[in-house]
Design a protein around this ligand. Structure first.
Ligand code: FAD
Ligand code: SF4
Ligand code: SF4
Ligand code: SF4
Length: 737
């Protein structure tokens, strides 16, 4: 760990001890520092920060020295960053005075050389540890000095949800607490609790131990907590920073735009949201079919954001009704999150017939509860494409009353890009798959109406797939002449890709793939213009779009020169966590779905869990955010914890003794020197958190009971839960334009 010299700053502004507190406060505010150093007789005698200023004004103003904090916390610049964080935490101080040793050995003197601030110490700890830690990343967050482990699932999650905490709260029956933790980073848990692609589960440690199919059901637990909150009609009343007078335009109300709008309102910006559709939500409400989620819950989540004071302008097509240039003139910043809502129709013969539609348009129209013109209730439908959008279009066709629905793809059945479970569900309600073929033409009858789709077989042995994304490499498709065949039908749906259709004359820089050009922080090359979500990344996932929204809001805030408001500082919570060893006996379970015969309309198909199912699922979590806390004054370095650890995750290292150090651990949880009665030994305990499963056998076997397990997390004190009144009424819903 580097030393505190790395973050040394010049002495903070000073003030004489006799300064009236009111004047000192003015100086504090104008200097923008965390604290003033108080000087008396040429020496630093104390510190006057915002907390001291508050105390001064509670009982009338006197001189600074009556209120200052003393003695002044100090450290040597050779001390480690962690020791600086430690004193800041213990003393609850934002600033520490730094000294350096001078002179020869045995005649050393100490000289004041500057200060360090908590903000910089923790920033530096965060940087150095996240760069090197392989599993549990110890990140010193912007709080005073506590190291917080980040579990593998949290690292894998694009919005870094505090999964271990919200899963643990479910296991304890604290369902509303769980929902609040989820909302700290996720404005759409009802959607992500059902539809997330859950990269967190792919990286879950339970999956490492019991096999990937047995990861903790992180996604479904999110849904469980959200159902509970929805059933009680609660909502979140965010404490926002005061209005800062700056205005931001957000274009597009998908998850990226809505998340950015929420974050910007929290930071005190005025937000105007422009949406082309007649309702908010982007693809969530205007494309993803309603049988896959709970529309009322989505509207509740959208309403919480609108209620933060976002000004909504529906049916406003930016680039057409309103020029981008005008927005750039009228606002301090503009965020484009326009997605890729237009579907591609392949230009094969007959693709202009009236019964040909893109899956995106088909699903968009259905989302308004309208059956598209020409849709053949009782007739046959062919969906061209093998991905998730094709599956949604196919299931929606069945549920809209088609007699027979085909889903036709180039990829063979075992390489379809669609999600496996959705394909199974679709086949259970009657979907027929036809694979290894490519569309040749749409066939029409003599009166110009679709009566079939012609396909030609491809050489499946020649098909190649991108090793990383698994996507078909289209240049490896070879048609097999003479294999042409027609599937009769009355309606053809193309699920063959999405297009970013923002008007090109608006001056937004594009990439060669015709996506908006922006970096991961959503900055474009145009001044004041930010872009993110699918329109930059290409078709991706809801959680990625939410992450774009957070990043864009942060970048806009940085661009406009504002700092994070002090009153929204997170609160530190330290919790002792329970032992979940009995959970080894349970396997993962998926939430049940309606039986096939009840899935023939747009009713949501996924059923809720009951308490027992949810708690059992939650108990399976190892709580990888929970770490050993060893009482160094009690530990006798006996090595019992090392001997009993079933994962060989821990080493007790004693100087001068040749002990086994095979765990590969580098996280130090104890560093102690024993008294003479124990031979004056010195040593440490190191843990490899890639191996540790938090089984707590070490805790059980410690003869002096010096190990406990604790979680340290930060609670967002800007969130306050209030009952929702009136219950998300139709009148309040933004979806009705
Ligand atoms: C059928 C389907 C099913 C999906 N299922 C899943 C799933 O199960 N899980 C998952 O994680 N992801 C899924 N996705 C992907 C996910 O929905 C998207 O990745 C996500 O919605 C992208 O968010 P966004 O905010 O970037 O854009 P969008 O959600 O596309 O929102 C963009 C918004 O911008 C508006 N807009 C566009 N142009 C303009 C303009 N000029 N002026 C004003 N407004 C404009 C649009 O009307 C739209 O409301 C699915 C996508 C589709 C199409
Ligand atoms: S066991 Fe729990 S904390 Fe650990 S990775 Fe899985 S869900 Fe996350
Ligand atoms: S909690 Fe279990 S796996 Fe982790 S160090 Fe202790 S005994 Fe080993
Ligand atoms: S078992 Fe307890 S006393 Fe012994 S080395 Fe481990 S922590 Fe220290």
């Amino acid at each position: 760990m580097p030393s505190l010299s790395k973050v040394l700053q010049p002495i903070a502004p000073t003030c004489p001890a006799e300064t009236p507190a009111a004047d000192a406060l003015k100086q504090l505010t104008s200097s923008g520092t965390d604290a003033l150093l108080v000087v008396k007789n040429g020496a630093f005698v104390g510190l006057f920060g915002h907390r001291e200023a508050l105390a001064a004004f509670a009982d009338g103003s006197g001189p600074v020295e009556s209120y200052m904090r003393r003695p002044l916390p100090g450290r040597n610049i050779a001390d480690s960053l962690e020791s600086g964080a430690d004193i800041m935490y213990r003393e609850d101080t934002p600033v520490v005075l730094m000294t350096a040793d001078e002179g020869p050995l045995f005649k050393k003197t100490s000289r004041t050389v500057g200060i360090v601030s908590a903000f910089q110490v923790l920033d530096e700890i965060g940087k150095t540890t996240t760069d090197t830690a392989s599993n549990k990343v110890f990140v010193g967050r912007r709080d005073l000095g506590l190291n917080v482990p980040v579990s593998p699932c949290q690292r894998a999650c694009p919005i870094h949800q505090d999964i271990a905490a919200y899963v643990d709260y479910v296991s304890q029956g604290r369902y509303l607490d769980s929902w609040l933790v989820i909302h700290e980073t996720n404005p759409f848990p009802s959607m992500l609790g059902r539809l997330c692609n859950h990269p967190c589960e792919t990286d879950c440690k339970r999956g490492w131990v019991q096999g990937p199919e047995n990861a903790v059901s992180i996604k479904s637990l999110k849904r469980f907590a959200t159902d509970y909150a929805w059933a009680r009609r609660v909502t979140i009343d965010w404490q926002r920073a005061p209005e800062n007078g700056k205005r931001v335009a957000v274009v597009g109300s998908g998850p990226a735009g809505m998340t950015a709008a929420q974050d910007l309102r929290l930071m005190g910006y005025g937000v105007d949201l422009y949406e082309r559709e007649a309702k908010l939500g982007g693809l969530l409400s205007a494309s993803i079919p309603h049988f896959r989620f709970d529309l009322d819950q989505l509207n509740w989540e959208i309403q919480m954001i609108v209620d933060m004071g976002v000004n909504i302008f529906l049916n406003k097509n930016v680039g057409k009704d309103l020029k981008l240039e005008q927005l750039l003139n009228d606002y301090h910043a503009v965020f484009l999150s326009v997605g890729m809502m237009t579907g591609r129709i392949l230009p094969v013969p007959g693709s202009d017939l009236p019964e040909v539609i893109s899956a995106m348009e088909f699903l968009r129209v259905r989302s308004y509860d309208i059956v598209p013109d020409n849709f053949p209730r009782g007739g046959d439908v062919v969906v061209i494409g093998g991905g998730a959008v094709a599956t949604d279009a196919a299931q929606t066709s069945i549920k809209t009353g088609a007699r027979k629905v085909w889903m036709v793809s180039i990829e063979p059945a075992d390489r379809l890009p669609a999600f496996g479970n959705e394909l199974v569900e679709a086949r259970e309600i009657g979907l027929t798959l036809h694979t290894g073929v490519i569309v040749n033409a749409i066939k029409g009858d003599s009166s110009g109406h679709v009566n079939g789709v012609e396909f030609i077989r491809v050489d499946e042995n020649k098909l190649e797939f991108d090793p990383e994304s698994g996507k078909l490499l289209i240049n490896t498709v070879q048609k097999l002449p003479g294999t042409e065949h027609v599937i009769p039908c009355r309606y053809a749906i193309f699920a063959s890709g999405q297009i970013m259709d923002f008007p090109q004359d608006q001056g937004v820089p594009l990439t060669p793939r015709k996506l908006m050009e922006a970096d991961t922080g959503a900055h474009t090359k145009v001044a004041k213009l930010f872009a993110g979500g699918d329109s930059v990344q290409g078709p991706s996932f809801i959680v990625d779009a939410v992450a774009w929204g957070h990043r864009a809001a942060r970048s806009i805030n940085e661009f406009l020169g504002a700092s994070v408001p002090r009153d929204a500082k997170p609160l530190t919570v330290i919790e002792t966590t329970d032992d979940h060893r009995e959970a080894d006996y349970y396997n993962r379970e998926e939430p049940p779905i309606l039986p096939a015969e009840k899935r023939m309309d747009m009713t949501p198909v996924e059923l809720p869990w009951n308490d027992e199912q949810a708690i059992t699922a939650a108990l399976r979590c190892f709580q990888c955010d929970t770490v050993h806390h060893v009482d160094e004054s009690t530990c006798i370095l006996c090595g019992a914890c090392d001997d009993v650890c079933p994962e060989k995750a821990l080493d007790v290292v004693v100087y001068g003794e040749n002990r086994d150090t095979s765990s590969g651990g580098f996280v130090e949880i104890c560093n102690t020197v024993l008294g003479e009665e124990f031979g004056g030994k010195a040593g440490k305990i190191l843990v490899n958190y890639d191996r540790c499963t938090n089984c707590r056998i070490c805790e059980d076997h410690c003869p002096v009971n010096c190990i406990t397990f604790q979680r340290v997390r930060f609670r967002d004190d800007a969130m306050q839960m209030i009952p929702l009144t009136p219950v998300a009424s139709a009148a309040k819903r933004p979806v009705e334009a």
